[in-house]
Ligand binder design. Structure first.
Ligand SMILES: *Cc1c(COP(=O)(O)O)cnc(C)c1O
Length: 369
């Protein structure tokens, strides 16, 4: 063995392009509207904020390492067995734990061209190889995914709906994907935006998890529940997967303030309903109004839209981003998602949404600022 002069990361780690979060500042602009990270414009439930505060008196106590009360609350709301739920520090942690448990050198994990960037990061971090599969109309393509499976495939990651495209696969297609996989390949259904989806042919994954041994569904408190700052996610999986994950997760991977706020947030169904209705109304409005300006918007079922810009000088996504930023309207550049000519916009408050449409109109009309 050659003696290295300093510690070296295992193969794969240095191939990772570190995740770059959405921008949150517009230098020189007083009032900003952050529409770059798919956060909810309505904030967390006031009940969740109150519950969070009560924990301030108990910061010296370790949290319940198995987050039992939170798993029970999730179980009640979604009709699930709490023993088959694992909570994590954001669903990002859970996706990484899944990769740690099921991937090693020479293994492959599949994700799609415009799939969530955490998948290749988690895959490379485990020393395995990310296999990228082409999409059709910015949508995952079941046949292409199945064609990419090799004897080395261990995981298929599917965000449904997908971020940053906002597209989704109907349940029939997800079932067809599952039916085409070997039983030793784990299908990871990342349903971070499930609560926002208003489609009869959509199912987040609960039914498939309940009826198979190789499907897990991950969920988050960062989006509709408005707790992104706390880092809280959960997954529902088969008993054997839950058992494996519980062996390697940190013994106190979810904090006490997160547990308290998470329970209150998930139980405040009125707040969730208000958020769903706000999103449905403004998702449609933004898609229509931006479409009327002559820009193409990929039909979305999430709380964000993908806006496509022409490649003509003066009209590009990069120039639009700069123009909008100068007005305090912060979008997400999605070049890292192989979408250099698009911007992703989170559905914001009424005020923010109207400002964006007005700003895009001015931008396309060639206004200086
Ligand atoms: C936002 C998002 C998540 C949530 O990540 P957290 O770590 O729970 O904040 C997961 N998957 C996708 C596709 C997302 O867009």
């Amino acid at each position: 063995m050659s003696a290295a002069k300093r510690p070296t990361p295992r193969p794969g780690v240095m191939q990772i392009q570190a995740y770059v979060p959405g921008k949150s500042a517009a230098p020189g602009v007083d009032r900003i509207f952050k529409l770059s990270s798919n956060e909810t414009p309505l904030g967390a439930s006031p009940k969740a904020i109150a519950a969070y505060k009560t924990v301030a008196e108990h910061l010296h106590d370790y949290p319940d390492g198995s987050a039992t009360a939170l798993r029970e609350a999730i179980g009640r709301v979604y009709g699930l067995d709490p023993n088959r739920i694992v909570c994590g520090s954001g669903s990002d942690e859970l996706l990484n734990l899944i990769a740690d448990v099921y991937l090693g050198p020479d293994d492959e994990a599949i994700h799609t061209t415009h799939g969530f960037l955490v998948y290749p990061i988690a895959t490379l971090g485990s020393g395995a190889k990310p296999v990228v599969v082409a999409e059709k109309n910015f949508t995952a393509d079941v046949d292409a995914i199945l064609a990419a499976v090799t004897p080395r495939t261990r995981i298929v990651f599917l965000a449904n709906p997908n971020n940053p495209t906002g597209t989704y696969l109907p349940f029939d297609e997800v079932k067809r994907l599952h039916a085409g996989l070997r039983p030793d390949v784990l299908l990871v259904l990342d349903a971070a935006y499930a609560e926002y989806v208003k489609r009869n042919d959509y199912e987040a994954g609960i039914e498939l998890v309940a009826t198979s041994e190789n499907v897990v569904m991950t969920r988050t408190f960062s989006k509709i529940y408005g707790l992104a700052a706390l880092r809280l996610g959960w997954l529902y999986g088969p008993e054997h997967v839950v058992d494996a994950l519980n062996r390697i997760r940190g013994p106190f991977n979810v904090t006490a303030p997160s547990i308290a706020a998470g329970i209150a947030a998930i139980e405040d169904r009125a707040h969730v309903q208000t958020s769903i209705e706000h999103n449905a109304k403004w998702l449609t409005w933004l898609t229509d109004e931006i479409g009327k300006l002559g820009l193409q918007v990929t039909p979305s079922v999430g709380n964000f839209i993908l806006i496509h810009f022409p490649e003509a000088k003066g009209k590009t996504a990069k120039e639009a981003d700069a123009f909008l930023t100068s007005r305090g309207l912060i979008m997400r550049g999605v070049g890292a998602y192989k979408l250099p000519h698009a911007l992703r916009m989170t559905v914001g408050s009424e005020e923010a949404n109207k400002l964006v449409v007005a700003a895009l109109r001015d931008f396309l009309n060639g206004k200086a600022k």
